[in-house]
Design a protein around this ligand. Structure first.
Ligand SMILES: C[S@@+](CC[C@H](N)C(=O)[O-])C[C@H]1O[C@@H](n2cnc3c(N)ncnc32)[C@H](O)[C@@H]1O
Length: 286
């Protein structure tokens, strides 16, 4: 079955394991006491695994270290925080439209970094308006966030501006998911220990590929945080995205795919066998 909103299988498995170890049987969170951003970060993100993977993608073509990273659609900026801690001298810029989410991230993810907090700038703006004069080694857009751009022209404009903001021989990394399961309405719970993370694909239109998805959290006392997060996206296909990236001027696009060969590892693939559901990464090099 589709594991749609879990960007990496390895990430998901590690997360499940660590949550089992951390499970606290006495005090349980409920819908009334839960913080949806904490639950989101626990369920969906693993900044350690993501940072290692970004470094692996960089190392596939470069022998130095990527230092300047921009995280588009950064939400709570968890990845920015991880990035600046991972190597001395690393800096990060996070961009998100939502002030409340950024403020939560500043309080919970950035301020606790003390001196390293100064290495991060968070900008409350549309990624389409991002400054293209400061140059980055890596720009990332994770958890399918760029699917908010439903028109081809808008996505092309976004990719062109991302490319412009990259230094030479630098890389734009984004994730995507697909397979026939991505086109069906479904609800998939994942046991996170103290709560269930529930990914719902509520609507899909085969004509426009517009889709509406929700994240719900269900607690052990029976209480629920329904529609904690809602996404109205276009389900872009791999060939469409590769074409638009080429049109935007990227010189090389690597598809990182987990071929389900039992290794649980992503590798650059030209072709692969069909699957009901998959999560892949596109690395577009300037
Ligand atoms: C799915 S969350 C992604 C959070 C985080 N990047 C992650 O990997 O989990 C999508 C985020 O994109 C932001 N967003 C949506 N449209 C945007 C835009 N045009 N420019 C900047 N941020 C946007 C939303 O506010 C939200 O925080």
């Amino acid at each position: 079955m589709l594991q749609a909103h879990m960007a990496r299988k390895t990430r998901k498995n590690q997360k499940k394991k660590s949550n089992r170890q951390k499970r606290k049987p006495v005090v349980s969170i409920t819908a009334a006491t839960a913080d949806k951003h904490v639950l989101y970060q626990q369920s969906v993100q693993d900044a350690d695994v993501t940072q290692e993977f970004v470094d692996e993608i960089w190392a596939s073509h470069r022998e130095d270290k990527a230092m300047r990273m921009r995280e588009d659609f950064c939400g709570t900026a968890l990845f920015c925080a991880k990035w600046v801690q991972s190597e001395p001298g690393r800096t990060a810029v996070g961009i998100d439209l939502d002030r409340e989410t950024l403020d939560w991230g500043i309080e919970h993810n950035i301020n606790p970094l003390s001196a390293d907090a100064k290495k991060i700038s968070l900008l409350c703006q549309d990624v389409l308006d991002a400054d293209v004069s400061s140059k980055f080694d890596v720009i990332v857009a994770f958890n399918f966030s760029y699917w908010v751009f439903k028109e081809r022209q808008t996505l092309l404009q976004y990719f062109k501006r991302v490319r412009e903001a990259l230094d030479e021989n630098s890389v734009f990394i984004m994730d995507m998911h697909g397979g026939p399961d991505a086109q069906f309405e479904m609800e998939e719970p994942t046991d996170m220990g103290e709560f269930d993370y529930v990914w719902e694909q509520a609507e899909f239109c085969p004509i426009t590929h517009n889709t509406v998805c929700h994240i719900h959290f269900h607690f052990r006392d029976g209480s629920k945080l329904n529609k904690a997060f809602t996404y109205e996206w276009r389900l872009w296909t791999m060939p469409e995205l590769r074409d638009i990236l080429m049109e935007a001027g990227f010189s090389r696009i690597d598809t990182w795919f987990d071929e389900d060969d039992g290794t649980d590892e992503y590798a650059i693939c030209e072709t692969t066998a069909n699957m009901e559901a998959w999560v892949a990464y596109l690395a577009a090099w300037k």
